[in-house]
Design a binder for this molecule. Structure first.
Ligand SMILES: [Zn+2]
Length: 436
């Protein structure tokens, strides 16, 4: 009796605690359940026999007899399935399987394909497509931004996608892209406007260039691409770019009106750069060498007494007409709440002052990113947003055509473009009506 009491005190108490823990575990977390198997492999667990019958209610009797087994078991409460979910899993488990591969991106299954070779070839093609370089560029490295895996295994035959569908899913994020047929008078820009899209998105979805010529009846994919995989390519290259000439003004009271003394001539410079492309789009371009091949020749205007001059000396003189600040395609026009004109093109292109004037702001301004404001002598103000680099300072006088910054995608912007605004008397105007 004394022995038992000691046992109870030292061992029995612990045993009882253990029994309670096991009990709570069995009937709390682990619970009696029914396991449903297909072809001898456990497919799912349900709470009761009634749930099992319900899950199988819509299955053909012959399949149930031949392939399905129901057994008593214990299961985690969190594993128990009911209703539609159970039926969906059973349906899947009953479907014929084939040997195939799963393509996963960052651990998430995105595609099922027939073979490892086919999947690998598609991924190789994707890298190739987005790493083609011009004859003045070298490819330094190419890879995926995501963790992309091909895993072999048994997959549901009906889920295996063919090569074309797989390609669309990976590249565009959809198998059924919206398609538009080119009509007479269409341009990429008009199509983009009509469908509330950016030219850059259409270009990306169709693998064409911004200046591509459209043919009547040509099919254009309108879906904005949401690619599942990002090909990152590092390139080095070089290019020759135009140095736009500056316009300077001299005062000569013996002259009547304005006369051109010297015609301007654009110069040329050689630029070597490295760049990162993400799915073929230049993301950042770094200039590593810059050399003037041919200097620009200033255009010299002589103004006489009768002409209003905004300010003296080189720069600061407005001509009253706006020159295009940068070349490129119009990715969004003015209007419908859009206060400027978007001119899309490569990052790093020189942006020039649309007219002579004084820089009243050059710095960061929220959604505009790197931003320049130029006040011209005639109540007109021009504004330049999303610059990758600013090349002027507030208070500086600039001439028409003088480089003030480089095109970029800073601030609230989806791709490299210049957002160009014209204000007259404090209100926004359509830049198109002023550009010559
Ligand atoms: Zn804009």
């Amino acid at each position: 009796m004394e022995k038992f009491a000691r046992y109870w005190r030292f061992g029995g108490g612990a045993t009882l605690v253990l029994l309670i823990i096991v009990g709570v575990w069995c009937f709390g977390v682990r619970t009696p359940a029914y396991s449903i198997s297909v072809d001898g492999n456990k497919a799912l667990v349900v709470a009761s026999k009634a749930d099992a019958s319900q899950a199988m209610a819509q299955l053909p009797k012959s399949e149930i007899i031949k392939r399905i087994g129901v057994n008593r078991t214990f299961a985690d409460r969190s594993d128990l399935l009911a209703g539609d979910e159970a039926l969906a899993i059973l349906n899947t488990a009953l479907q014929p399987k084939v040997n195939g591969v799963v393509i996963s991106v960052n651990g998430k299954t995105v595609l099922y394909m027939e073979s490892k070779e086919m999947a690998q070839q598609m991924l190789d093609n994707l890298q190739q497509e987005y790493s083609t370089v011009s004859d003045r560029e070298n490819l330094l490295a190419v890879g995926f931004a995501e963790d992309v895996q091909i895993v072999e295994g048994s997959v549901v035959a009906a889920w295996v996608t063919d090569r074309d569908d797989a390609w669309n899913i990976i590249k565009l994020g959809t198998v059924t892209p919206q398609v538009y047929t080119v009509k007479e008078g269409d341009s990429l820009w008009s199509i983009a406007r009509a469908h509330d899209m950016y030219v850059t998105d259409i270009v990306a979805s169709n693998g064409i260039q911004e200046d591509s010529i459209l043919n009547l009846g040509q099919s254009i994919i309108l879906s904005k691409p949401t690619p599942l995989i990002t090909v990152v390519a590092q390139v080095e290259g070089n290019e020759t770019v135009v140095i736009p000439y500056k316009t300077i003004t001299e005062n000569d009271n013996s002259v009547n009106g304005i006369k051109t003394k010297t015609e301007g001539q654009n110069g040329e410079k050689f630029i070597a750069y490295t760049a990162t492309l993400r799915n073929g789009i230049v993301e950042n371009k770094e200039i590593i060498e810059e050399k003037v091949v041919k200097a620009a020749v200033d255009k010299v205007l002589v103004k006489g007494r009768s002409v209003q001059v905004a300010s003296r000396g080189s720069g600061g003189v407005s001509t009253g007409k706006l020159a295009w600040p940068v070349s490129g395609s119009i990715s969004q026009s003015y209007g419908n709440g859009h206060t400027g004109l978007d001119i899309a093109g490569p990052t790093g292109s020189a942006i020039s002052a649309a007219d002579g004037g004084v820089v009243t702001f050059a710095g960061w301004q929220g959604g505009y990113g790197n931003f320049v404001i130029i006040r011209h002598g005639n109540g007109m103000v021009t504004r330049y947003a999303h610059c990758s680099k600013l090349l002027v300072k507030s208070g500086q006088k600039v001439s028409q055509g003088q480089t003030i910054g480089l095109r970029g995608s800073t601030g609230r912007s989806t791709g490299p473009h210049l957002h160009f605004e014209v204000m007259v008397g404090g209100s926004f105007r359509n830049p198109i009506n002023y550009l010559r």
